[in-house]
Write a protein that binds this ligand. Structure first.
Ligand code: G3H
Length: 244
């Protein structure tokens, strides 16, 4: 299975989202076995899911709270994401970890809450530039995946996103991606041994239609989590086409 997910981050208005979806659907031609997803801001979830879910495009929240409801001003819960048309939720994006102090302990709770509400977690992991320069890349990835020892097994997608490659135009080199994805696969096999879960490992970080075909040729790269390039419906449609 190949997966391509658009992470719109804090971008697009209602009119812009409508234009994007209409244009995308006119071009949308996924291959058999390719899953496409869009993660809009919370304000656009209802609208986007109404436009694309019937075409087989999944809708993801960009975050979700571990508690189902309560006094958590500014937060959105997993059942609210489901209610808005989501089938999955991005968890642990590096921007949430770095800018909003999201911890592995909090993420373990969120993954469990997502499962409880039948949402597919798309767990993001990745090393900082400091960790890579210090030779701590695999250690960092192993640490971020160790939450699976606490959550136990369940359906999951993982995105490897080197923090230094996000939004920088500096995509990780093939050898770096190969090493990281092979390591992640080994860790997942360890955590999910004896279970039926097949976890696709996506790459994220300055993915474009120009570099995606090379990335897809790397073993264990099952697709992409795309930020900047996913704001252009033509580019996103092309990435989905390439994945197929
Ligand atoms: O979630 C997406 C990633 O943060 C990648 O963003 O494609 O703009 O580098 P980017």
């Amino acid at each position: 299975m190949r997966c391509v997910v658009a992470n719109w981050k804090m971008n697009l208005t209602s009119d812009e989202a409508k234009a994007f979806c209409e244009d995308l659907l006119g071009r949308f031609a996924p291959g058999a076995g390719t899953e496409a997803g869009i993660a809009p801001p919370f304000t656009l979830l209802h609208q986007v899911s109404g436009l694309v879910r019937s075409k087989g495009i999944q809708v993801f929240g960009q975050n979700g709270h571990a508690e189902p409801k309560g006094a958590f001003t500014g937060e959105v819960s997993m059942p609210q994401l489901r209610d808005a048309g989501c089938s999955g939720v991005i968890l642990g994006h590096s921007e949430r970890r770095q800018l909003f102090g999201e911890t592995d302990a909090a993420l373990a709770k969120k993954v469990k809450a997502a499962w409880q509400w039948d949402l597919l977690p798309l767990l993001c992991i990745g090393e900082t530039l400091e960790q890579r320069d210090a030779g701590q890349t695999l250690e960092a990835l192993g640490q971020q995946l160790s939450i699976l020892a606490e959550t136990g097994p369940g359906p999951l997608w993982v995105a490897y996103e080197p923090v230094w490659a996000i939004g920088t135009g500096r995509r990780a080199e093939a050898a770096q991606v190969r090493e990281a994805h092979a390591f992640i696969r080994t860790e997942l096999q360890r955590h999910l041994a004896g279970t039926e879960y097949q976890v696709p490992i996506l790459y994220g970080g300055s993915v474009t239609p120009e570099n995606f075909p090379e990335l897809l040729g790397i073993p264990e790269v099952a697709g992409g989590l795309v930020g900047g390039a996913s704001l252009d419906s033509r580019k996103f449609a092309e990435l989905v086409r390439q994945a197929g």
